[in-house]
Design a binder for this molecule. Structure first.
Ligand SMILES: [Zn+2]
Ligand SMILES: [Zn+2]
Length: 261
């Protein structure tokens, strides 16, 4: 990790540090980690969008042929929700009447950027989450009952990357209502940073979901990370633009009221 002269809070614990993810620095954005431990903690989420070609402008790699083949063989498996097959989830997410097989083929080629086809982008995130992180998701399913026992809000089965798409779509909608849709440009650094931070925070929330909030230290870490994300967004997410500041404040207040932060 290269050094930076201006210390910033670690993305995980908030302790000021000069260490950044070197691959993301190459891509033109700074994500700070106090050390290897905290970088590793969020790596399963971060690796999907780390480094040149992915980190900034924020982009998601298309499904590979192998991934598509796996999905096609498991279309009728039940995934996270009882009774909901991958086929049904594809229909739900894509809002399409096309057969699932055709939709999967349709999303095998082409790089997916946040500015186009939000449904397709979310579908790629979701499908990859279904296969790439299967062990983790399996544990989520197993812990769903425990989550209910703990009184936690139902785990929504979103992968962190989906969360990023949702953040982008939500922020774009808020900017759109304010007549500022043109500010949500995919090559804007603040948009990429916002999505990375949302992704990392979501990863921490996932860890909490798996651990069923028994780990007091992790619980504190997640709560503080959410507050930092909110505060950072409310000051314009580094955009230096008061219009973005107002729009982001509105967005996060809405989400806060809905209990989604
Ligand atoms: Zn840290
Ligand atoms: Zn990185």
């Amino acid at each position: 990790m290269p050094s930076d002269p201006v210390p910033q809070p670690c993305e995980v614990c908030g302790v000021e540090t000069v260490h950044r993810c070197s691959a993301c620095v190459e891509a033109g954005i700074s994500l700070f980690f106090c050390g290897k431990d905290h970088q590793k903690l969020v790596w399963p989420a971060h690796k999907t969008v780390c480094g040149p070609g992915k980190a900034h402008p924020f982009a998601v790699m298309p499904l590979t042929d192998d991934e598509a083949t796996w999905i096609e063989h498991h279309l009728d498996d039940t995934d996270l929700e009882p009774g909901v097959t991958i086929r049904k989830q594809i229909a739900r997410t894509s809002n399409s009447r096309q057969p699932a097989e055709m939709i999967v083929q349709d999303i095998v080629s082409g790089a997916y950027e946040q500015s186009e086809l939000p449904d397709k982008l979310m579908l790629v995130h979701w499908l990859r989450g279904s296969l790439g992180d299967r062990d983790v998701l399996g544990r989520h399913v197993a812990s769903a009952r425990r989550l209910e026992e703990c009184g936690a809000r139902g785990y929504d089965a979103l992968t962190g990357a989906q969360q990023c798409a949702i953040v982008f779509i939500g922020v774009a909608a808020v900017l759109g209502r304010a007549g500022l849709r043109h500010l949500a440009m995919r090559d804007a650094t603040w948009i990429s940073l916002l999505q990375h931070k949302a992704l990392l925070t979501n990863r921490l929330v996932q860890l909490l979901a798996i651990g069923c909030d028994k780990d007091a230290e992790l619980r504190g870490l997640v709560a503080a990370a959410r507050i930092r994300l909110f505060e950072w967004a409310a000051t314009g997410a580094g955009s230096g633009d008061p219009r973005i500041e107002r729009a982001l404040t509105e967005y996060y207040e809405q989400r806060g009221r809905a209990g989604e932060l």
